[in-house]
Write a new protein. Structure first.
Length: 480
């Protein structure tokens, strides 16, 4: 049995943000993740939007976490060396009859403390975004809205937590939680972990673990959202994040540039029962393309390079649950974290660490390191700097992914750094190798070869995303 002060269940942005915040203190913490890497659930398949904070109901925990998370994002992105841009957002109103809804959003945002909100008229909207529909009547402009890479944020939080002493255990699925006289036994596929406190940051599975220890049950519905991603040549079609007026199931279909210069359309919002139901559907993707075109004209849909779906953890009351359970002392819920969960994660981490600091009387470390350096990207260097780098390390001159111009040096860094990549998807999320127009058609064999060499394994054992997702099946091991 492994003993910890705090066990965090789930390696998404909420769990990793909590881990990073707790790593400021003198406390023994581990993260249990059932997949082979962090960022394998809700956190890997979302819009990458930093929301301004006008959506959530005034006085709600969602509103509080959204606003605080938004405020923290600049300093966090700087400390963790990840891309973040405040590109602003527009909520499009296509009819004078819908103006009351737009004004309601504005008033809610003001009440929530969102700065700089303004309602723009038709001419002002078209001047800012020429590709907005000619039917636009007005729009709510939020300058504090932004875009971020969800993969890099999640991975950076985890790496920084790891560097400060948090342990991560992958391929470790929690199967049961048992109350003890003092603390909990967390039963997993890899053994039993003893903890004084448990943080339940398990996404769509958070209700399952909550209900193991509490008589007050909660229920989470997986809400599937389907997306289309367009090539970087379409990335400048809009500069701001373009939202439709929100409906019953959320913010509707958005059109937005991504942190890496693509164009993103989506998501749908379909409630399902399957907590692993991340398949796309013809109906869903048709809805994405059709509804995106209502607010933005001339979308170059022929530039779609991939589609994907993610699941949001919708709790029945539609509110974040971040608290110690009254009937299960020491069990802290971080449940129902749907949109704006990505935006909120710095504040969610703060809140969870604050609860535990107070409960446990935690003292800060003298040697906490708040910064983390990302993977060196030769493409960001001058020609002279790049040439010097390649002379020093020729691996940076060997291009593995031609679409994104990712070098062997970057892939080696992704594998060798703390919590290094063990799969093709792990490399992709850290470097973007395989995210370009050909969607890994060219670079996969070469990346597999590097992974096999670095992890000293047979190339036939290299997976796409852990588990049984091997790609090289029934081939001669010397074929590579």
């Amino acid at each position: 049995m492994s003993d910890y002060d705090v066990v965090i269940i789930g390696g998404g942005v909420s769990g990793c943000a909590a881990a990073r915040e707790l790593s400021r203190y003198k406390v023994k913490v581990c993260v249990l993740e059932k997949e082979e890497d962090v960022c394998c659930g809700t956190s890997k398949a979302n819009s990458g939007i930093v929301h301004a904070g006008y959506d959530a109901a005034e006085g709600s925990l969602k509103a509080e976490m959204n606003l605080r998370g938004n405020e923290l994002m600049d300093s966090l992105a700087k400390d963790l060396d990840i891309p973040f841009t405040r590109n602003g957002s527009l909520v499009i109103c296509l009819s004078r009859d819908d103006m009351p809804k737009l004004k309601e959003l504005y008033e809610r945002g003001v009440a929530n403390g969102v700065k700089g909100l303004k309602i723009l008229n038709r001419e002002e909207v078209l001047k800012k975004e020429p590709n907005i529909s000619e039917d636009v009547y007005a729009a709510l402009y939020a300058p504090t809205g932004g875009i971020i890479c969800p993969f890099e944020l999640n991975i950076a939080l985890a790496e920084n937590a790891s560097a400060n002493g948090v342990e991560f255990h992958f391929c470790t699925e929690v199967t049961d939680i048992k109350k003890q006289e003092k603390g909990y036994e967390v039963v997993t596929s890899q053994g039993v972990y003893s903890a004084k406190y448990v943080v339940n940051a398990a996404g769509v599975y958070a209700d399952r673990f909550h209900n193991m220890v509490s008589e007050k049950k909660i229920h989470i519905t997986p809400r599937r959202g389907e997306y289309c991603l367009l090539d970087q040549c379409a990335g400048a079609h809009v500069r701001s994040t373009i939202f439709a007026l929100p409906g019953k199931f959320g913010k509707g279909i958005l059109v937005a540039p991504t942190a890496h210069g693509n164009l993103l359309l989506g998501p749908t919002a379909i409630d399902i029962q399957d907590k692993e139901g991340t398949n796309t559907t013809r109906e869903g993707l048709d809805q994405v393309l059709g509804k995106a075109g209502l607010n933005v004209k001339n979308i170059p849909v022929r530039q779609v390079i991939t589609s994907f779906a993610g699941l949001r953890a919708h709790e029945d009351k539609g509110e974040f649950i971040i608290e110690e359970l009254a009937d299960a002392p020491g069990f802290i819920d971080c449940a129902g974290i749907e949109s704006p969960g990505l935006t909120s994660c710095p504040a969610v981490g703060e809140r969870i660490a604050g609860i535990l600091r107070e409960q446990m009387g935690l003292c800060e470390k003298e040697d906490f390191v708040s910064t983390r350096k990302g993977i060196l990207k030769p493409a960001t260097l001058s020609w002279e700097e790049r040439a010097a780098l390649i002379r020093e390390n020729p691996a940076y001159g060997n291009i593995i992914c031609r679409c994104e111009m990712i070098s062997e040096g970057e892939i080696l860094d992704a594998i060798r750094r703390p919590l290094g990549a063990r799969s093709l998807d792990g490399v992709k999320r850290r470097t973007r190798a395989g995210m370009g127009r050909c969607q890994a058609g060219f670079c996969s064999p070469r990346t597999m070869e590097i992974l096999a060499r670095e992890w000293k394994t047979d190339v036939r054992e290299v997976t796409k995303s852990g588990g049984n997702s091997c790609l090289a099946v029934g081939i001669n091991k010397d074929a590579f």
